[in-house]
Design a protein around this ligand. Structure first.
Ligand SMILES: CC(C)(COP(=O)(O)OP(=O)(O)OC[C@H]1O[C@@H](n2cnc3c(N)ncnc32)[C@H](O)[C@@H]1OP(=O)(O)O)[C@@H](O)C(=O)NCCC(=O)NCCS
Length: 138
């Protein structure tokens, strides 16, 4: 998938804070980057030693709700497990119900909170929840 295609999906999902094709190309080519993608969505993680962070996951709005997010996350987790990664972390806005439901279903648990992490133009800032999923026993 090209950086332009990734950027188009990202912009459709995060109109208030889109990442450019250049930013996405740079992130995807960093040491430790793991990208899982289809024509309608992608998930990008970064591995550091035996931990990984999910940098973003996005499915085109018109294609959401059909299992793509779950599949991308499962495929990503399988690749990270193959790389012997022990834990996968991510941050999610407390008010992002679809993403929180996806992560809960995928076995993530809350391990932290960053207060007021996400600014909101029309309302008070929203906390980020830090979630973790164990991929293998410590
Ligand atoms: C979060 C996101 C990636 C989910 O992708 P998706 O393809 O729509 O998700 P799936 O169809 O695979 O759904 C998997 C599970 O997620 C949850 N879920 C997905 N959409 C949901 C919604 N609108 N409301 C509540 N739960 C939802 C459900 O638990 C669902 O399981 P179920 O179908 O058995 O009920 C997608 O909504 C998205 O791109 N959102 C915008 C970007 C974003 O917020 N990314 C996460 C940033 S932390």
């Amino acid at each position: 998938m090209t950086p332009d295609a990734l950027a188009d999906i990202h912009a459709a999902c995060f109109p208030a804070r889109p990442w450019s094709a250049e930013e996405l190309a740079a992130l995807a080519s960093e040491t430790g980057a793991v990208l899982e993608s289809t024509s309608i969505g992608f998930a990008l993680a970064r591995v550091t030693l035996d931990e990984a962070e999910l940098l973003t996951i996005a499915v085109l709005p018109e294609a959401q709700g059909r299992g793509t997010g779950r599949s991308l996350l499962a495929a990503l987790a399988a690749r990270l497990t193959d790389k012997n990664v022990a834990q996968l972390f991510l941050e999610v806005a407390e008010d992002n119900a679809p993403a929180r439901a996806l992560y809960a279903q995928a076995g993530f648990e809350e391990v932290g909170r960053r207060r007021g992490y996400y600014a909101r133009p029309q309302s008070a800032a929203v906390d980020a929840l830090v979630l973790r999923r164990r991929l293998r026993a410590p």
